[in-house]
Design a protein around this ligand. Structure first.
Ligand code: SAH
Length: 205
């Protein structure tokens, strides 16, 4: 099942980075899924976690991560830890010298993800309103948001390094996945329509 997803991405040239495919291979998605959904771990669909939230479908996670162009040693910020699975993939990509900070607003999910991520020493789960970013460790090489935002989040752009990349779904009913490169003028690419849970908090819905 896991291998057939990898073959599908390779054959259709959806995911081109070998490092990213290796990170997927290495990361046990089953460790981030509720028991009752284990038989669907490698089905390409989103699955419910706790508190009405979801872990995204594998293809979405891979497309977003690919767009982020993560390199070894980088400092990455994630908004919306959920199960911790996306953070685990990022952890493999930044390696021992890198660091992943991931923010979660729901206490139950902070506990759940910390338990799931206990072996990932370069990941720190922080309970806070991620719509504000995390000033303390800014600036970041890359920022990824896994809940949909009402607009391009200015607070997060401020905390991104020059030439850094922000991957973020924007919009309520019709959500577009934006890949924003912070240059003199923002370079914005649109990866198309996706469905995410809404961002909460001060600059959320
Ligand atoms: N990346 C996750 C899936 C995220 S689902 C994974 O790999 O499993 C979106 C998550 O964003 C939910 O857990 C939700 O509680 C969280 N969230 C929503 N608004 C938030 C905010 N303002 N700050 C931090 N987390 C938020």
């Amino acid at each position: 099942m896991k291998q057939s997803l990898i073959d599908f991405w390779k054959e259709n040239k959806i995911i081109k980075s070998k490092k990213l495919l290796d990170a997927f291979k290495k990361t046990p998605r089953e460790d981030f899924i509720l028991k009752e959904h284990l038989n669907q771990t490698y089905t390409d669909i989103p699955l419910p976690i706790l508190e009405g939230q979801t872990i995204s479908q594998p293809t979405t996670i891979m497309l977003m991560t690919q767009a982020l162009e993560v390199r070894e040693g980088q400092k990455v910020l994630e908004i919306g830890t959920g199960s911790g699975y996306q953070a685990a993939i990022l952890s493999e990509l930044v390696g021992k010298k890198g660091k992943v900070f991931t923010l979660e607003i729901i206490q139950e999910l902070v506990k759940f993800s910390r338990k799931n991520l206990k072996n990932y020493k370069n990941v720190q789960v922080i309970e806070s309103d991620g719509s504000l970013g995390y000033e303390k460790e800014a600036p970041y090489d890359k920022i990824i948001v896994t809940a949909t935002c009402p607009e391009i989040p200015k607070k997060l752009l401020e905390q991104l390094k020059f030439n850094g990349i922000l991957v973020v779904p924007v919009g309520k009913f019709s959500q577009e996945m934006l890949v924003i490169k912070k240059e003199k003028q923002l370079q914005i690419k649109n990866l198309g329509s996706f469905v995410f849970v809404p961002l909460r908090g001060k600059y959320g819905f």
